[in-house]
Design a protein around this ligand. Structure first.
Ligand SMILES: [Zn+2]
Length: 288
């Protein structure tokens, strides 16, 4: 009997959490927020008649339909304040408290030594690529249109998720920076789709760590990145629609086998790409 109660409680909690996920937090008339509040996640908000929207001291972009986004970095914790100032100068604020998120430790032991500690001869190439990446990312935030309001899709269907967001990486026994995306094991040449519409900020060839890769700007500071392609199907400056094939899976750059690395950022904050997938829910609101 005790066990039964325990079981039912577990189920009730599960159902409650499920409903919580599907239901937007409604703070006041005219402000709804979609997503799950935790470090590494992106959230979508919808409001009406806003004049200014602030997250802590940062002014957020929003469009005429009142859609805005914000996200939290991997290691964000503590209190954050969202403030919406309306056209009539009234305002509402909402405080969020972020609990520390726990991350896995992932050990990869078959990495080629040159990707764990790059040889001196590669340092110049790595520095040049880092500059190219910085140059491409200078565009982030300039696209003042949310091209993602019809939701996000997975870049590949199926596949085994072999790497998760945020994990502490230990390559051949050497601690490295955390993993800023998910790794999906899919066969070489699997077509990879843009998870939302956007502009290709850089389609890079043969980068030391990234291999052949694509960085897409979806507007309002949100970017997604796709690494280790065998072949690219787009070039820098292209506009892509959600679902367009941007490249084919490979193992170029720092990879031990064919897989897709899928990452996301909101400005310079590292976002868990899986947190984007539930956000198509915001659409219903936009069309109301
Ligand atoms: Zn990866």
């Amino acid at each position: 009997m005790k066990r039964l109660i325990k079981y039912n409680m577990k189920n009730l909690i599960k159902i409650f959490l499920f409903i919580l996920f599907l239901t937007p937090f409604t703070f006041a008339q005219g402000l709804k927020i979609y997503g799950t509040l935790q470090p590494g996640n992106l959230l979508i908000g919808v409001t009406k008649n806003a004049k200014t929207i602030l997250l802590d001291d940062t002014t957020l972009d929003f469009d005429t339909s009142g859609v805005f986004i914000f996200g939290f970095d991997r290691d964000a914790i503590g209190y954050h304040k969202l403030k919406v100032i309306f056209n009539n100068d009234e305002y509402i604020t909402k405080d969020f408290k972020l609990e520390k998120r726990k991350y896995k430790v992932q050990r990869i032991n078959k990495m080629k030594t040159k990707y764990v500690t790059p040889p001196k001869s590669a340092l110049e190439k790595i520095a040049k690529e880092s500059k190219m990446m910085k140059f491409a990312r200078k565009e982030v935030g300039k696209l003042k249109a949310p091209l993602f309001t019809d939701g996000f899709i997975r870049p590949v269907e199926g596949g085994k998720y072999t790497g998760v967001y945020g994990s502490q990486r230990i390559l051949n026994g050497v601690p490295k920076s955390p993993h800023n995306g998910v790794d999906i094991d899919v066969p070489k040449d699997t077509p990879v789709k843009a998870t939302a519409s956007g502009k290709v900020l850089i389609a890079g060839n043969n980068f030391y760590y990234n291999g052949n890769f694509v960085l897409i700007d979806h507007g309002f500071g949100l970017t997604t990145v796709y690494l280790h392609f065998d072949k690219l199907n787009v070039k820098t400056g292209d506009y892509v629609k959600k679902g367009d094939v941007i490249g084919f899976v490979g193992m170029t750059g720092r990879a031990t086998g064919p897989h897709l690395h899928w990452g996301a950022k909101w400005y310079n904050k590292r976002i868990d790409p899986l947190s984007l997938l539930g956000l198509g829910l915001a659409l219903d609101i936009k069309n109301q």
